[in-house]
Design a protein around this ligand. Structure first.
Ligand code: SAM
Length: 304
């Protein structure tokens, strides 16, 4: 990606809880840090500016090409960061391959970036007339369209309940299967319309779109998000030096639950010490400036 393309993209992603997150990482100049979810490089830029030696990882090649140019421009004269394409499910291997066998901080800022969400070609957003895709890594083989058209009614209902915590899973799954009898579901807006047409009146007047939870469930399944998180957290603890910090921003209760339970288990085993027992959340002002930050929950723990 060229510097002029970078300018054309404009704001790739506004990092949630920027200062709170980087403060919690406790950056010490000259020490090594892993950003497991590089995205647009907002948190990474602050880590590098505070003197951290950084390895930025992302499974999305677009994020890597954007952030690598951004960081080069934003941090002249500082130690240039390294970048690696990959899923953080392979965190230990990616770190080792890049000379980051031991680090003083690991950051996970989970979920999708605003750029991914808004890019028509990526198929995440329910308002768009685009193919239902939702793969963060374009090399993955299964898309949301495959799931929505391929799963049985029972499997769809289970998926929406388990990964979307959707109250009306059965009703939506039934409507999807009925619709499929005439034609495949191709577009994000088509699926959203099916859900809206079945949503009870109470759902139509809520702040969030009635299809939010169904889309969340599909996205988590397509990208195997919860398993990747569960497998990468122990690897990040192994990579940390004593006194190093593990910092995670999550955006829904399923992710936050995984992080909270993991921190508690490791604290019980005297491996981690939880820094903030209550998650740090954005201020009203931050939410006003960056509404996407509204569900962010930040947790940090230190390696003993
Ligand atoms: C919320 S954005 C991160 C934004 C970033 N902190 C910033 O300041 O711009 C999450 C990023 O993590 C990446 N991601 C999510 N799950 C991943 C995984 N399992 N492995 C690697 N990257 C992942 C996404 O592709 C996305 O670019």
């Amino acid at each position: 990606m060229s510097a002029s393309k970078l300018e054309k993209i404009g704001t790739y992603h506004v990092p949630a809880l920027l200062n709170e997150t980087v403060d919690l990482l406790n950056i010490r100049p000259g020490k090594k840090y892993l950003d497991a979810t590089l995205g647009g490089g907002g948190h990474s830029e602050e880590i590098v500016k505070r003197g951290g030696i950084l390895l930025g990882i992302d499974q999305d090649p677009e994020a890597l090409s954007y952030a690598s140019i951004r960081l080069k421009q934003a941090c002249p004269g500082l130690t240039p960061p390294k970048f690696a394409k990959g899923n953080f499910v392979n965190l230990a291997k990616l770190a080792e391959e890049n000379g980051f066998e031991k680090v003083d901080g690991v950051l996970f800022d989970l979920g999708v970036s605003s750029h991914q969400f808004e890019s028509a070609s990526r198929g995440f957003s329910f308002s768009q007339e685009v193919s239902l895709d939702m793969r963060m890594d374009p090399a993955l083989s299964v898309t949301a369209k495959d799931l929505v058209n391929g799963l049985t009614e029972k499997e769809l209902a289970e998926l929406f309940t388990k990964l979307g915590e959707e109250k009306f899973s059965g009703r939506y799954a039934k409507a999807i299967v009925r619709y499929r009898q005439n034609k495949q579901i191709e577009k994000c807006s088509e699926l959203a319309q099916i859900i809206v047409s079945q949503a009870p009146p109470s759902e139509k007047f809520r702040k969030i779109h009635p299809a939010t939870r169904v889309f969340q469930a599909l996205r988590i399944a397509v990208n195997d998000e919860l398993n990747s998180l569960k497998e990468s957290l122990p690897q990040s603890v192994d990579l940390l030096n004593q006194g190093g910090r593990l910092v995670v921003i999550s955006f829904h209760s399923l992710e936050d639950g995984v992080v909270k339970r993991f921190f508690l288990e490791k604290q019980k085993q005297n491996i981690l010490k939880i820094i903030n027992s209550k998650p740090i959340i954005p201020s009203g002002n931050e939410i006003k400036l960056n509404p996407r930050s509204r569900s962010a929950k930040l947790r940090g723990a230190e390696k003993l």
